[in-house]
Design a protein around this ligand. Structure first.
Ligand code: MOS
Length: 697
């Protein structure tokens, strides 16, 4: 499969092609497009978690000068039925969660819309609600029926209970993670225009084609009549993968008012309208012999989902493939609560699952009296325990060894509380990282004009990762053209179809389609035109459908993360002066942007470990800390040194470029490494995130 590619651009630490545009404010984000005659929408949100709207008094709002209309279930246009009923904005009087849209004001300015929204009086008939994920609420838990991403059906291999009962060393612990919210810098925003051309939406998302299809279905339009334009995106982290209620509202408001409608969520609105990472309750049981060889792994997960749609996160699947236990059990149970639909958040599944599994491996190492790195090496599988396939490449042991060398692990005294400097207890910890290689079908076109300027078109998105730059590097090398002569056109649903910026699959999948399109153009130019570009130029296209080698190989990235944690013995204050991540993630297209991806993931892992938690008020079903004052995200002052390195990894099976995806693995394992280091520092094991100072006092 691997073709001879002379890499001039690939592998070079090139600055972002759009860096200057972004830094100087010239790059246009969705809300910034100038449109003639725009109106502005502002929603009214429910204040109950379950029930129905019994009456709406919008008279004061309608009387406010500048108000164009007030929308609600009483007057909204009818939408098609959608699988996710959360998207069925204003279709019934039912309230399914706190914060749901129950009305919206459309006005001449955003200020008027916002003020008038406060004048809308909504009366409710309230019903009892279930909003809390609780371990003792067994009646609520059901096996998942819908599978988003990986398979979450129960998996039983071998005799788990027997192996656990007869294990020389048994670990049985429960780990919990809180709800967390995706907080991209740019909040969700759309400008919807409904005219003779169809519906045009400038929108902040992670994949215009996916958004286009949802809008087409909801508004019963042919997909070709929907045009989604997404040139620049200020982060998404999973919350912009799929459509949420705001874009439906924007389009509906444009339909009703026959005006372009702008809608940007406030930060606070995002906490109920654009998804979140489900809280989890994870029981892990590990059985091992006296030498630390695992005989059984059981990972049983309870998580929440909504009544509007069953989004089930694949939290336990990491236990299927990480270690070589002959007996394995993974189960997921979901509670359908009167809450918003959870969604993908950076490394959904792996991130929460590996906090539990890698904490448990640390506890097992201590119980066996074995170094935690050695324990992991002893349980390194030779083939994928789940599929029985060989790994296309698996760098876990190499990452652990290289990390140990760089971090100075050999000097570590494993005894808890052995190191103290002044009032600070000092500990170090380690955990593994993993993330699958995902693909989604993609197509691309490439053209060249008579001057030798190339254009490559694909409906990819750059959500801040550097994809625009990395994909241009790939195209330039295949075309054997200088980078400056290659223009990459992305972020428009009128371009050749491609999957979203998610699952760390962009470079693999878009890159493969671009590789094929550029290769087709290059070949055509050579074979049909003798290398001379015709006056009218030349074009070609290419597609990527699937990687057939996935049937023969298990494909994942791996890594190892090391943390040094200082905990003040008087106050419990926690500091993380040092993190090291070593990754084996295939070929790296752009070391500069890749470094940022890994470091960003690890920074968020630290934030997950120490800060992030969405706090529910069970009386009302809302998250109370719904802004940056209450929902703490790690800032520079919280972060010390983060060292990122990666190993050379030549994987000929993943794609012609040998890339595996790097967007998500950085957050996987960080929280466990920090929890393990915190235990080493203090002798106190924290099994519920975040690790706050009260847990050490
Ligand atoms: Mo990522 S959670 O697949 O955007």
């Amino acid at each position: 499969m691997k073709m001879q590619l002379i890499t001039r651009s690939i592998g070079a630490p090139i600055n972002r092609i759009d860096g200057i545009q972004k830094a100087t404010g010239k790059a246009k984000y969705a809300y910034e497009y100038p449109v003639e005659g725009a109106a502005y929408a502002f929603p009214v949100q429910s204040t109950i978690a379950r029930g129905r709207v019994s009456a709406i008094d919008a008279s004061a709002a309608r009387a406010r000068p500048g108000v164009i209309t007030v929308l609600s279930h009483e007057n909204a246009p009818r939408l098609a039925h959608l699988a996710n009923t959360e998207l069925e904005v204003f279709q019934t009087d039912a309230v399914a969660y706190h914060g749901q849209f129950v009305a919206a004001v459309v006005a001449e300015t955003s200020e008027i819309a916002r003020q008038a929204a406060e004048l809308v009086v909504v009366h409710y008939e309230e019903l009892p609600h279930h909003v809390e994920l609780r371990a003792d609420d067994k009646a609520l838990y059901k096996p998942p029926t819908v599978h988003e991403g990986q398979d979450v059906t129960d998996r039983f291999d071998g005799d788990v209970e027997g192996a656990l009962n007869s294990a020389a060393v048994l670990l049985d612990q429960t780990y919990t993670t809180p709800a967390e919210h995706n907080n991209p810098l740019e909040t969700h925003a759309s400008i919807a225009i409904w005219d003779n051309a169809g519906i045009t939406i400038y929108d902040s998302n992670q994949g215009p084609h996916a958004i286009r299809d949802t809008i087409a279905t909801a508004f019963r339009q042919p997909p070709e009549r929907i045009h989604i334009i997404t040139q620049y995106v200020g982060g998404g982290f999973g919350s912009k993968l799929s459509a949420h209620p705001p874009i439906i509202l924007a389009v509906m408001a444009a339909q009703v008012t026959k005006r372009p409608v702008k809608l940007a969520l406030t930060r606070q609105q995002m906490f109920s309208l654009t998804g979140y990472r489900t809280p989890t309750i994870q029981r892990i049981r590990l059985g091992a012999d006296n030498n630390g060889h695992l005989t059984a792994i059981a990972h049983d997960v309870i998580e929440q989902t909504s009544t509007s749609y069953e989004f089930a996160e694949h939290v336990a699947v990491v236990a299927r493939r990480m270690y070589a236990a002959p007996n394995r059990r993974t189960t997921h149970r979901v509670a359908r609560l009167d809450m918003p639909v959870p969604t993908y958040m950076r490394a959904p599944g792996e991130c929460s699952g590996m906090f539990a599994l890698e904490s448990a491996m640390d506890e097992l190492a201590i119980a066996c009296g074995i170094d935690p790195i050695e324990l992991r090496i002893r349980n390194e599988p030779t083939i994928d325990p789940e599929t029985g396939h060989p790994f296309s490449s698996r760098g876990l042991v190499a990452c652990l060894r290289e990390g140990a060398r760089r971090f100075g692990w050999q000097q570590r005294d494993p005894t808890p509380r052995a190191r103290q400097e002044g009032r600070w207890l000092i500990g170090t910890g380690v955990a593994s990282s993993t993330y699958p290689v995902y693909y989604s079908p993609a197509s691309a076109s490439a053209q060249v004009d008579h001057k030798g300027n190339y254009q490559v078109h694909i409906d990819a998105t750059d959500i801040g990762t550097g994809a625009r730059t990395a994909l241009t590097q790939i195209a330039a090398d295949v075309l054997e053209a200088p980078l400056e002569q290659v223009q990459l056109m992305i972020g428009n649903s009128d371009q050749p179809a491609a999957g979203y910026a998610g699952g760390s699959s962009g470079t693999d999948s878009w890159g493969w389609a671009i590789f094929n399109a550029a290769n087709a153009l290059h070949t055509k130019l050579r074979d049909e035109c003798g290398g001379v570009i015709p006056a009218e130029g030349l074009s070609a296209s290419g597609t990527f459908d699937a990687n057939p080698e996935l049937q023969q190989f298990a494909m994942h990235s791996f890594g190892a993360q090391f943390a040094e944690v200082h905990i003040n013995r008087d106050t419990g204050e926690i500091r993380v002066p040092r993190l090291l991540g070593v990754f084996a993630a295939g070929n790296i297209v752009n070391p500069k942007t890749a470094h940022s991806q890994f470091m960003g993931g690890m920074t968020w892992g630290l934030s997950m470990a120490l800060h992030e938690a969405s706090v529910l008020d069970p009386r009302f079903g809302n998250y109370v800390n719904h802004d940056f004052a209450g929902y703490h995200i790690a800032t520079n002052a919280d972060v010390g040194t983060i060292d990122v390195v990666w190993l050379e990894e030549d994987d000929p099976h993943v794609n012609p470029l040998g890339t595996k995806g790097i967007g998500e693995i950085g957050i996987v394992g960080t929280a466990a490494a920090i929890a393990n280091a915190a235990y080493h520092a203090t002798g106190i094991r924290v099994r519920d995130l975040p690790i706050t100072l009260d847990k050490f006092l």
